[in-house]
Write a protein that binds this ligand. Structure first.
Ligand SMILES: Nc1ncnc2c1ncn2[C@@H]1O[C@H](COP(=O)(O)OP(=O)(O)OP(=O)(O)O)[C@@H](O)[C@H]1O
Ligand SMILES: [Mg+2]
Length: 449
């Protein structure tokens, strides 16, 4: 499906091209070049046919990227995205490119250039035929903002037998003969043994903490004292409050102890429902001192010490949340049934696929669903690009449990939201069915003395 790769430092241009080419465009933020060109090239997934380099990359970066990509993906087309300035000749001499594209080029002109370069790469045997698409340029657009570079100036390996003609020509393909582009769908993965579960959502207040707490509770029924719950909502994590725990230590101390199993154990707080908790840092400014890589090391270490590691995260895709997802076998993605949240989740998925950071197993939870909101559950799938796995209704029981400091599935097992949350627990651990003994024993243990 992926056809094009964009490496740039312009979030605005990146957003524009992602909107234009959707799943066919993978993007790589230019920031990765800080770690070196090889590191950046290693991040590219799904063999691209054409790489767009720029805007806002230097000549040195563009040159090195072009060479690195050509080595990794022989036959790849290279388009440099930059303004045509007086130094263009230097770039043409030094970078192995096939075309220059102005960042100001219209959508139609951009699509037209890529379509023609694609055609040429296929007819000259450098790439396999692209999947069908309707994304062609507006035939009324003259595309004059693009100039194709003289291909003879490119290195021999890139010299085409029949180069695409001037960009000012009519697009070579007619929109009417193009088959429809398939809707975006989440790629199929799965099947790895669940060990580390990250609970994430692009927006705040969707129910991450509620799900993380109840997941740890349900898993601990089957694996007592072998579940650890990390509150990685670094600034405003509230797991200690929701579980009525006194947080005498938190994630900052645990991350410091990441290299030493015995020290890590001294940082854990035990919950009476037989699982351990690492609360969020005790004050928001401590979030800054937590190095994401060290947090990743802590997660890996905990995964060797416990059967399950459950991680609650900060909304969005900040560095720490990306780290949690990178180290997770399972991602639980939470959204409410609103257009804004569903769209945000789709964007989050697209980005994670692009970055190669989508966990192997994933579970989509539609939370706090209620009637008469203008949307029904069936509306979610086409927006997200994948069907929700668990539907949790809105219920006052969730807030009552949080205020009581008791996990919902033990506070009121018959609550409709509790039953739905239980199905999520059972997706991960099928043996986690509720039993009277378990629930009563745990409830008593949480009641005031
Ligand atoms: N299914 C539900 N029905 C009713 N209320 C819910 C439901 N799920 C969550 N809530 C309530 O919504 C609020 C937000 O839930 P929660 O704290 O779990 O979300 P979050 O994603 O962790 O939020 P944040 O982004 O602030 O960390 C809480 O008051 C919670 O009690
Ligand atoms: Mg939360």
């Amino acid at each position: 499906m992926t056809r094009y790769l964009l490496v740039s430092r312009s979030a605005e241009y990146e957003t524009r091209l992602r909107r234009l080419f959707r799943a066919r465009m993978q993007t790589l933020p230019g920031e990765y070049l800080t770690f070196g060109v090889d590191e950046a090239v290693d991040r590219v997934r799904k063999t691209p046919a054409i790489a767009l380099l720029g805007p806002l990359l230097t000549l040195g970066e563009t040159k090195a990227l072009s060479a690195g990509l050509a080595e990794q993906y022989p036959g790849i087309g290279v388009v440099v995205v930059r303004e045509q300035r007086s130094d263009l000749e230097d770039w043409v001499e030094e970078v192995g490119m096939h075309a220059v594209l102005s960042p100001e080029a219209t959508d139609a002109a951009t699509q037209s250039l890529l379509a023609r370069l694609d055609d040429w790469l296929v007819t000259s045997g450098r790439a396999e035929a692209p999947e069908p698409t309707t994304d062609v340029g507006d035939p009324d657009d003259d595309g004059t903002t693009i100039s194709l570079v003289d291909l003879l100036k490119a290195p021999p390996s890139k010299t085409p037998a029949a180069p695409p003609a001037s960009a000012a020509e009519e697009p070579s393909r007619e929109a009417s003969v193009e088959p429809a582009e398939p809707e975006w769908t989440l790629p199929d993965v799965g099947g790895v043994r669940t060990e580390v579960i990250a609970v994430a959502a692009p927006k705040g207040g969707q129910g991450k903490t509620t799900l993380a707490v109840n997941l740890a509770t349900g898993l601990a029924e089957v694996a007592p004292n072998s579940v650890v719950l990390i509150d990685a909502d670094l600034q405003f994590g509230d797991i200690a409050n929701v579980l009525d725990l006194v947080a005498t230590r938190g994630l900052a101390e645990a991350v410091d102890a990441a290299d030493d199993e015995v020290l890590i154990k001294t940082q854990l707080i035990r919950h009476s429902d037989d699982f351990f908790v690492i609360p969020a840092p005790r004050s928001p400014e401590l979030a800054d001192v937590i190095d994401p890589q060290r947090m990743g090391a802590l997660i890996d270490r905990l995964a060797t010490m416990f059967r399950y590691v459950v991680i609650d995260t900060t909304p969005g895709l900040g560095e720490h949340t990306l780290t949690a997802l990178e180290h997770a076998t399972d991602g639980i993605f939470v959204t409410s049934l609103t257009v804004a949240s569903l769209r945000a989740l789709r964007t989050e998925f697209e980005l994670l696929v692009t970055l190669g950071l989508l966990p192997q197993n994933r579970h989509i939870v539609l939370n706090a669903v209620e009637k008469n909101t203008g949307l029904v559950v069936a509306d979610a799938e086409p927006i997200i690009g994948a069907a929700p796995d668990v539907i949790v209704p809105r219920s006052s029981g969730v807030l009552l449990a949080a205020n009581a400091g008791v996990p919902l599935i033990h506070n009121d097992p018959r609550d409709p939201a509790a039953k739905a949350v239980r199905t999520l627990v059972q997706r991960i651990e099928p043996a986690a069915y509720p039993t009277r003994r378990r629930i009563h024993r745990r409830r008593r243990s949480n009641e005031p003395q």
